[in-house]
Design a protein around this ligand. Structure first.
Ligand SMILES: *[C@@H]1O[C@H](CO)[C@@H](O)[C@H](O)[C@H]1NC(C)=O
Ligand SMILES: *[C@@H]1O[C@H](CO)[C@@H](O)[C@H](O)[C@H]1NC(C)=O
Ligand SMILES: *[C@@H]1O[C@H](CO)[C@@H](O)[C@H](O)[C@H]1NC(C)=O
Ligand SMILES: *[C@@H]1O[C@H](CO)[C@@H](O)[C@H](O)[C@H]1NC(C)=O
Ligand SMILES: *[C@@H]1O[C@H](CO)[C@@H](O)[C@H](O)[C@H]1NC(C)=O
Ligand SMILES: *[C@@H]1O[C@H](CO)[C@@H](O)[C@H](O)[C@H]1NC(C)=O
Length: 278
């Protein structure tokens, strides 16, 4: 009784005091996931989010990075919320919300990605501690279209990103009006030609149908790496240096073949956003 009460009080105190570094560790974790899954640098040359994204599918709940979903589970439009890394992060104005199919690990991303979702003029509602990503007043260029990867093509990585629209935002003419169907575009070309800012938050999940018939490229295996708050000034992209130093580990993360499994001490788990521990 005493033990469990102390335990609970300890965690309550930790949660209050560690909220900000908690988010910073979460930021470092999602960066490591993007690198470990081969999304950085092949899809995005870099990924330095300032907020944590939660993607919630009806019937599934909040997903963890790289979670395997069935086509049916990923069919409904997910709800997106974000939490800024800390109180100095200001998130205001219009954003673009999109989802792109980065295909299987090892794909040559220069050929483009299938666009599954593209909404401009997205706004953030709610308090700064948890912001709803609202598409209500935006322009749904491409409505959310759930994944449907070809049978046997392997686990496709579906990447959801939120990017700021500066006043100079100028999307290509054929991606300006609503009801443009799912098609191939080139994500990073779109970002640069539209003058979008770097992603402030992102998440990804996997969908596979059937059994892969081709041999899939492995990622560089990240056996374990140290996650440190991105603001600590040390290497923020922990996942990019698989054999990097791993002293004073906050959390160990093992990433193989584009998938990841957290091996975190329970205490760290409690401090993480809940999706980190699923
Ligand atoms: C997803 O499924 C594959 C097998 O298809 C498995 O190797 C991988 O570990 C799973 N990833 C996660 C995050 O559960
Ligand atoms: C959110 O934070 C920004 C600055 O970071 C501030 O200007 C704004 O008023 C805050 N909004 C709420 C709802 O607290
Ligand atoms: C956001 O977009 C709306 C139109 O979609 C525009 O009226 C408004 O000025 C934009 N706000 C900012 C801060 O750019
Ligand atoms: C945020 O979204 C949730 C779930 O849809 C909703 O209950 C809540 O009212 C929304 N809050 C704001 C401020 O939009
Ligand atoms: C938009 O135009 C570009 C360049 O002309 C073209 O490559 C692309 O296929 C077009 N996209 C759509 C959705 O029509
Ligand atoms: C707040 O978070 C941002 C984004 O992760 C980081 O660059 C910055 O150093 C953090 N600031 C503080 C005071 O922790």
């Amino acid at each position: 009784m005493f033990l469990s009460t102390s335990f609970a009080l300890f965690f309550l105190g930790s949660l209050v005091n560690a909220q900000s570094s908690d988010n910073a560790i979460g930021i470092a974790a999602i960066e490591a996931h993007f690198t470990g899954a081969g999304l950085v640098p092949s899809l995005l040359t870099s990924f330095d989010p300032t907020a944590l994204m939660t993607v919630t599918f009806s019937g599934v709940g909040a997903i963890s990075p790289g979670q395997n979903l069935t086509k049916d589970q990923a069919a409904p439009t997910p709800e997106i919320t974000i939490v800024p890394a800390n109180s100095t992060v200001s998130l205001q104005g219009n954003y673009t919300l999109l989802m792109a199919d980065a295909d299987v690990v090892g794909t040559d991303e220069s050929v483009g990605q299938t666009r599954h979702w593209l909404v401009n003029g997205v706004t953030l509602t709610g308090t700064n501690s948890s912001l709803n990503v609202s598409t209500a007043n935006g322009v749904a260029v491409t409505d959310y279209a759930g994944p449907a990867p070809p049978e046997g093509s392997g686990p496709h990585r579906y990447v959801i990103l939120l990017l700021p629209q500066p006043s100079t935002f100028s999307p290509p003419a054929n991606l300006t009006q609503p009801n443009v169907g799912v098609s191939v575009f080139h994500l990073t070309d779109y970002i640069s030609t539209s003058h979008l800012g770097a992603p402030v938050a992102g998440m990804y999940f996997d969908v596979e149908q059937g059994t892969a018939t081709a041999t899939l490229s492995p990622t560089s295996p990240v056996i374990s790496s140290t996650l440190k708050p991105a603001s600590s000034g040390t290497s923020t992209s922990s996942g990019s240096s698989p054999s990097g130093s791993s002293s004073s580990s906050n959390a160990a993360i093992a990433i193989r073949g584009g998938h990841s499994v957290f091996a975190v001490p329970a205490a760290v788990c409690v401090l993480f956003a809940s999706y980190m521990c699923l």
